[in-house]
Design a protein around this ligand. Structure first.
Ligand code: ADP
Length: 607
């Protein structure tokens, strides 16, 4: 029942994604199913005409009509097939686009949520196996309908055969109804067996496919590892080739071969079984048709028609059977798709906007645990950040610094306490107002393979003066102006092969420039100098006040030397804010956590 619902929803979604998809599949199915019967019917008619000595002009008319119809249907079939293919591609693109736009617009906390992460993982795994549920459903619809129409037309053509020449006490077995009943039962059994074999074969193929795709994934993982020059150094230095060949390549190739062999053996066995069954049933029906012909119950033309129609019955059944087995592997993928698409944001936003350019942020008794986590990432945090203040947040890895920023940006809501901006709970402001409040450079910032200017403006167009100013502030203006297309130069080569590769440090400066361009009132820099060389780092420190101008700034770092120029330092440890004060003030207390951290780092850095 649930599966049926998913199939129905899938067809609705296919209709929504590309409304020409289903009608064109139905049309292709009808035309491709009708085509063979045109030939069968005309052949039988021409044989009949020859048999009855009809005039050659009549014969020619029939032949011409047959050829003409074939030509027209051939064109229609090809044209529709191409259109069908195009609609399918459009539908597939829109399906992916739907997933993509869900992913870039859904609230942040979902992307870190383990359940949602697993859903995305399952979806992409299933997609690797079966490509796209809706695309496959559209093939299935076409094949199933075509099979059904073929089967139905064949039955209609064969039907008159069952009515002629039967007597309860006929002279031979072949003329008694029992012959027809036996034959009919045989066909029913054959259909059932073919369906069962097909289903079993598809299931086995599905299991083997999943097994093989696991190996395939492993293989590509290793391939990526081997292409990475960082690993390549170690492989060569430690002479790891033999080990790799033994533990990875051999295993993957041998196991993969075993699976493939099993799959092809399995399918060869099933296909031969189906072929034998088809041959037996074919023999029975030919016997039936032949005997009737032998007793002179109908003409040779009808004989041709019946034989042709019978062959089509088999092909119709095979087509329908082939589609049934596939649903089992498609339903999970469709289900994952619907789950992703229907995931809703949970955070509620207020309507309030900011009517001032002064901002005061306050954490009041704030505690927070990540969903599903036992431990507090932040515990009972109380801090007020005044307008224009430059605050450094320091602490060891895992002490809660980034979480502090995530809460501030409202990527998550606090579990206890509240965050206030200008005295009002952060939840009362609109999403847009909160967004406009911050310029953030995350430690794991991302730039896109698009022109420099668009990376900074995050729009298609940009304000030149503002852009140059931002680039100048990070010391990149000269470098960018010397690039082939100046600020319009693509960075990285993914989208444009003339794109420029930039170093990690340059990328980080661009990320800072982007934050600058946004010109938000509160600037947050999360380990902004992590991938910079010491000279560039010093330059950033020296320019710090220029970066943040008169804005409120939060500076996260585990490098304490960067705190010297901040107004205040907040020290985090084990999810708690343990100290807060000025550099000299904290340092003067030899028992302070800050002093301890400073002391340790002083041994490594000349500060
Ligand atoms: P810091 O920025 O100081 O290195 P974080 O704020 O990133 O520390 O992490 C604080 C704690 O929260 C750590 O124990 C970390 O393992 C945990 N944590 C961080 N992100 C997540 C997450 N998405 N899900 C669960 N726990 C997390």
């Amino acid at each position: 029942m649930k599966n049926l619902k998913i199939i129905l929803s899938s067809f609705k979604e296919m209709q929504r994604l590309e409304k020409r998809m289903i009608p064109s599949s139905v049309l292709v199915a009808v035309v491709s199913a009708i085509m063979p019967f045109i030939n069968i019917w005309f052949t039988s008619k021409i044989v009949d005409l020859l048999d009855t000595g009809a005039e050659s002009s009549t014969l020619i008319v029939y032949i011409l009509i047959a050829v003409g119809l074939n030509l027209i249907l051939f064109f229609i079939n090809n044209f529709l097939g191409d259109m069908n293919y195009m609609f399918r591609s459009i539908m597939y693109n829109r399906e992916n686009q739907n997933i993509a736009s869900k992913l870039y617009s859904i609230e942040y906390q979902k992307l870190e949520d383990s359940e949602f992460k697993e859903l995305l993982h399952n979806h992409s795994e299933a997609q690797k196996r079966v490509y796209s549920a809706f695309t496959q459903f559209s093939w299935m619809l076409r094949d199933f309908l075509s099979g059904l129409i073929t089967f139905s037309i064949s039955i209609i053509i064969l039907f008159p055969l069952f009515k002629i020449g039967f007597t309860a006490s006929g002279p031979s077995f072949f003329e008694r109804p029992i012959f027809l009943i036996t034959l009919f039962l045989m066909i029913v059994i054959m259909v059932a067996v073919i369906l069962a074999v097909n289903l079993k074969m598809n299931k086995a193929q599905f299991v083997a496919g999943a097994e093989y795709s696991r190996l395939d994934k492993l293989f590509y993982f290793f391939l990526n590892v081997f292409q990475d020059y960082n690993t390549a150094k170690e492989i060569r230095l430690y002479k790891e080739q033999e080990l790799i060949e033994h533990v990875a390549v051999d295993k993957i190739v041998n196991n993969g071969e075993k699976i493939l062999r099993r799959v092809s053996l399995n399918s060869a066995r099933s296909s031969s079984m189906i072929a034998v069954l088809g041959a037996i049933a074919g023999f029975g029906v030919y016997l039936f048709i032949g005997v009737k012909g032998f007793y002179g119950l109908y003409g040779i033309g009808s004989l041709v028609l019946s034989c042709g129609a019978f062959m089509q019955i088999i092909s119709g059944i095979m087509k329908m059977a082939a589609t049934f087995g596939r649903t089992a592997e498609l339903i999970p993928l469709a289900e994952y798709y619907f789950k992703i698409i229907n995931t809703k944001d949970e955070m509620q936003y207020g309507e309030k906007t900011f009517s001032t350019d002064k901002f005061e942020v306050e954490f009041k008794n704030v505690s927070f645990k990540y969903p599903g986590s036992e431990n507090y990432a932040l515990k009972n945090i109380n801090i007020k950040i005044n307008n224009g203040e430059h605050l450094a947040v320091v602490g060891k890895n895992g002490s809660g610094k980034t979480t502090f920023i995530k809460l501030l940006c409202r990527f998550y809501d606090v579990n206890e306490g509240e965050i206030k901006i200008n005295g009002i709970n952060i939840k009362d402001y609109s999403k847009d107002s909160i967004n406009k409040l911050y310029s953030v450079v995350f430690q794991d910032f991302k730039l896109f393979s698009i022109p420099v200017c668009q990376n900074l403006s995050t729009q298609e167009d940009y304000q030149e003066a503002k852009l140059f100013d931002a680039l100048d502030k990070v010391g990149l203006l000269n470098r960018i102006m010397k690039m082939p297309d100046r600020e319009k130069t693509y960075i990285y080569k993914d989208l444009d092969k003339s794109g420029i590769e930039i170093s990690g440090g340059e990328a980080q400066r661009l990320a800072i420039a982007r934050a600058h361009y946004k010109d938000a009132p509160i600037v947050i820099l999360d380990e902004p100098t992590a991938s910079l060389d010491p000279v560039a780092e010093k330059e950033i420190y020296d320019r710090f006040n220029q970066f943040v101008e008169n804005k409120t700034a939060i500076y996260i770092s585990h490098r304490l030397s960067s705190c010297v120029f901040c107004d205040r330092i907040a020290v985090f440890e084990n999810a708690r804010l343990v100290e807060s004060g000025y550099h000299q003030e904290l340092l003067s207390n030899k028992d302070s956590k800050y002093f301890e951290l400073w002391d340790v780092q002083a041994q490594y850095y000349k500060t």
